[in-house]
Design a protein around this ligand. Structure first.
Ligand code: PLP
Length: 389
């Protein structure tokens, strides 16, 4: 058990929480415990580890570290963000109803619509930025509200405290997918959420080299049920994956500061470009969720979406013309990425529905990395010249 606690600063916890020098060798970094089983000194007598699906020391360190960063008591790690999501939905039973934020991660929607619904869960998609819509949706059968903020790709911001308070009053479990913000920028448990979920594949890992997921809660009963599911279903991350995320976490605070610096500068630059119709960045005062974001977030993150005033062909040309920004799905790594949601991450969303929820053929999404800002702006500038000759 770690001696580090939630009163220490964020960076201190990121580097030390859950991690003590290895007692047998003094190794400063948490060893990668590549073992499936553990010797017992007598039948049923062990040192807290019996079998690695159930417990693994590298995983324990990661769980304690992420829990500490989220200001939570319990972390439960999964093999991917979606495995963590599946774990949370598996708390529910046939006939239970989920209120789902209207632009959550596509895989979350797919899991509910195509897998959990066949097992009897029902759900309703609701705009969680609209307080009255959320209130109306909390009817008697609703057991859980699941939302993200800021969302993907339009970076809508929901008031976490308001939604969670409403949920608590209605006896509804509140779950926040905190992947985009990270605990460095916002901690939903402190704002009333029951469970926080992460795709550690993104900012927590931070180097685009590992897939992982995590649930964090302060509720001992939820912890027990999630830990039961973690072991009973078995979608656990391997020890090397846990090590990679632990390593990424050590620099989370400095990385997030730089992601925010670079994103703020690029949002400002895009805002002044005559071929850009709008810039979706919660840090801009013209963003509809700016006030809520300023209240609940430390800074505004590394994700930006913008709409170019052009047809699909021109937008595609722009997306294909950057050199530093790699055209790729995913986000949250040290390297800058560019995504054309209409044909990439959100290609499965019907065009009519896309347009209705406000994202056009000309929408581009940036995951702003840690490169030199001058180089990033120069890259975008050159790409605009190519797209708009
Ligand atoms: C990527 C992502 C997920 C899914 O995580 P995986 O690790 O890819 O399974 C869930 N939510 C958000 C917001 C994501 O960006």
């Amino acid at each position: 058990m770690s001696t580090h606690n939630n009163t220490e600063g964020f960076s201190t916890r990121a580097i030390h929480a859950g991690q003590e020098p290895d007692p047998t060798t003094g190794a400063v970094m948490t060893p990668v415990y590549l073992t499936s089983t553990y010797v017992q000194s007598a039948p049923g007598v062990n040192q807290g580890f019996e079998y690695s699906r159930t417990h693994n020391p590298t995983r324990t360190a990661l769980q304690e570290c992420v829990a500490s960063l989220e200001g939570g008591a319990h972390g439960i790690a999964f093999a991917s963000g979606l495995a963590a999501t599946h774990g949370v939905f598996s708390l529910l039973s046939q006939g239970d109803r989920v209120v789902l934020g209207h632009d959550v991660y596509g895989g979350t929607y797919r899991l509910l619509a195509q897998v959990m619904s066949r097992q009897g869960l029902t759900f309703e998609v609701v705009d969680t930025t609209d307080f009255e819509a959320v209130r109306a949706a909390f009817e008697t059968k609703t057991q859980m509200v699941w939302f993200e903020t800021p969302t993907n790709p339009l970076l809508h911001v929901s008031d976490i405290k308001a939604v969670c308070e409403l949920a608590r009053g209605a006896g509804v479990l509140s779950v926040v997918d905190n992947t985009f913000a990270t605990p460095y920028l916002q901690t939903p448990l402190a704002l009333g959420a029951d469970i926080v979920v992460h795709s550690m594949t993104k900012y927590l890992g931070g180097h685009s080299d590992v897939v992982g997921g995590m649930c964090v809660t302060n509720d001992a009963q939820l912890d027990e049920r999630l830990r039961f599911l973690q072991n009973a279903v078995g979608a656990v991350p391997g020890p090397l994956d846990c090590f990679l995320v632990l390593r990424g976490l050590k620099t989370l605070a400095v990385r997030m500061e730089r992601h925010c610096d670079n994103a703020e500068a690029i949002a400002a630059w895009l805002g002044g470009h005559d071929k850009v119709r709008f810039v979706a960045y919660p840090g801009r005062s013209d963003h509809p969720g700016h006030e809520a974001a300023a209240t609940q977030m430390r800074r505004f993150g590394g994700m930006i979406s913008f709409d170019v005033d052009a047809d699909l062909e021109t937008a595609t040309r722009l997306a294909s013309s950057t050199k530093l920004f790699a055209l790729a799905e995913s986000l949250g790594g040290v390297e800058s990425l560019l995504d054309h949601p209409a044909s990439m991450t959100h290609g499965s969303v019907p065009r009519e529905e896309r347009l209705k929820s406000g994202f056009t053929d000309g929408l581009l999404r940036l995951s702003v990395g840690l490169e030199d800002i001058e180089d990033l702006v120069a890259d975008l500038k050159a790409a605009f010249k190519t797209a708009f000759p």
